[in-house]
Design a protein around this ligand. Structure first.
Ligand code: NAD
Length: 487
């Protein structure tokens, strides 16, 4: 059998590289190489920039309504191909089809649809200054770059391309080298929807290609999703030509459960915010603070539901709700964190080991894991693990738990469970986090801005303000009166 090799997608077509360098992509649920991908070498990189310049000229000259129509056609195609695309995501990421089928493609399409709708509403301002006046125009930036993580590959490509393209920019997107296929599928859909060639190019590769995008002088903005450490490197590279940046980085988010909370709802939130997508979600509430009065009751229900309701196995089986971690290396990293948790004195309530499900014996599975007897100084409580590992902590007092929840350099998400409406809002307002939930966890509709405080990020995705972040304001002063010149 000849191995499948995907090339870079440039100017509306697959283009062969010259170096012949490729990398393999492994199915996390089977440990088998599924296909290979050509690395974007210098030749491809040059083509990508030239094409993006041409794409930008055409696309930015179109009216927002014309752009909007094409983006909406792409939305239609994304939804029409939901099942096929969901399968692509399951094979690349290892996540369960029951998630990908109803979340990944749909939330991606929602965001493109949202920005397609917003594009024609974008207006400048006008203000008189004496007899003169000025007005402003929101103009696109030019060529933008998107660099994606592996946990929601197609969704991330949609979340970055939606606002960038709606505002009239062209985008060169680099998916994670672990999950390269979703972005290619999106590029094909854009072309089919009538988008001019070069508006959305996909380049493939790892850090080197990401560095090239972050430093290239013709790229005006880079929108990055990934780890905090990588984000810092991208920002440094972007400083070379003062690129605008959006940073969607990691988190170690708190969930605070007060003693007046609906305990079953809080357990649902804690499980969703730790085990959905096998724990590989940036906003996960991996520090669960439970009030001492309900601690035992909370743990009893959490343990029972974790042990009885989680089904690990072949992610293509619609009954499976816990998939495989992205790679063997990442599985080991998560297991190492679990070991460290034990060594530092935390107690396992459940899980704490690798899994070998019958339907996927070679996959990179880790059992849903809950640690109790945790303290704030433990490594598992401080560092992002990005796997199905929850730390439960006890608290007694509102001020105490706010201080503990805020004792982190990160600040992506936060949640509060309480039926006392004033307390819920009061506490949320004091938490240093950009994405907060009250009596809920994890929902992220297109209309709601998302992004981190502190080291969890810079800028926002989704929501009205993001469209402006892909434009620059041009002020035009118009003289109506005679120039008052001393010369
Ligand atoms: P990562 O930082 O390892 O990689 C992210 C991307 O950066 C990949 O495409 C990678 O190839 C590229 N890259 C690596 N080195 C680079 C460099 N020096 N210059 C430019 N690009 C480079 O992250 P990951 O492991 O793919 O993803 C997991 C991380 O992403 C977690 O920390 C998670 O919290 C975070 N994440 C955040 C959000 C958010 O919206 N805040 C969403 C999803 C994931």
């Amino acid at each position: 059998m000849t191995a499948v090799v995907y090339q870079n997608f440039i100017h509306g077509a697959f283009v062969a590289n010259q170096s012949k360098e490729t990398f393999p992509v492994v199915n996390p649920a089977t440990d088998e190489v599924m296909y290979h991908v050509e690395v974007a070498d210098e030749y491809i990189q040059k083509q990508a920039i030239g094409s993006a310049q041409q794409g930008f000229s055409k696309w930015s000259a179109m009216t927002p309504v014309e752009r909007s129509r094409i983006l909406n056609k792409a939305v239609y195609l994304l939804r029409e191909r939901n099942d096929e695309l969901a399968k692509v995501e399951v094979l690349d990421t290892g996540k369960p089809i029951q998630e990908a089928d109803c979340v990944d493609i749909q939330t991606g399409a929602d965001v493109i649809e949202y920005f397609a709708g917003l594009a024609p509403t974008q207006m400048g301002a006008q203000q008189p200054v004496g007899e003169d006046f000025f007005y402003t125009r929101q103009e696109p930036l030019g060529i933008c770059a998107g660099i994606g993580a592996w946990n929601y590959p197609l969704q991330i490509a949609c979340w970055k391309s939606g606002p960038a393209l709606a505002a009239g920019n062209s985008l060169i997107f680099k998916p994670s080298e672990e999950t390269p296929l979703g972005a290619i599928k999106l590029a094909e859909i854009f072309i089919e929807a009538g988008m001019p060639a070069g508006v959305f190019n996909v380049v493939q590769g790892a850090a080197k290609v990401g560095e090239w995008l972050s430093t290239h002088p013709d790229i005006e903005k880079v929108s990055f999703t990934g780890e905090v450490g990588t984000g810092k490197k991208v920002m440094q590279s972007a400083a070379s030509n003062l690129k605008d940046v959006t940073m969607e980085l990691g988190g170690k988010s708190p969930l605070i459960v007060f003693d007046d909370a609906d305990i079953s709802e809080a357990v649902s939130a804690a499980m969703l915010g730790n085990f959905y997508t096998q724990g590989e979600i940036c906003t996960n509430c991996t520090r669960v603070y439970v009030h001492k009065n309900i601690y035992q009751e909370f743990l009893t229900e959490l343990k029972t539901r974790t042990e009885q309701n989680i089904v690990a196995g072949d992610p293509l089986d619609p009954n499976v709700n816990l998939g495989a971690l992205i790679s063997k290396k990442h599985q080991q990293l998560v297991l190492d964190y679990i070991e460290q948790g034990k060594q530092e004195g935390a107690t396992l309530l459940t899980g704490g080991h690798a899994l070998k499900p019958e339907s996927a014996p070679n996959g990179y599975f880790v059992a849903p894991t809950v640690f109790i007897d945790c303290s704030d100084e433990m490594t598992i409580v401080k560092e992002e693990i990005f796997g199905p590992v929850m730390s439960v902590l006890v608290f007694e007092d509102e001020d105490e738990v706010i201080a503990r929840a805020n004792d982190t350099e990160l600040g992506l998400g936060a949640g509060v469970f309480s039926l006392n409406i004033q307390r819920a809002h009061r506490v949320i307002h004091q938490l240093k986090a950009g994405i907060c939930w009250i009596n809920s966890y994890g929902n992220s509709p297109a209309e709601m801005p998302v992004g981190g405080y502190q080291q969890s990020g810079i800028g926002r995705e989704n929501g009205v303000e993001t469209l402006n972040n892909y434009t620059q304001t041009k002020s035009v002063y118009v003289g109506m009166s005679k120039i008052d010149s001393p010369f």
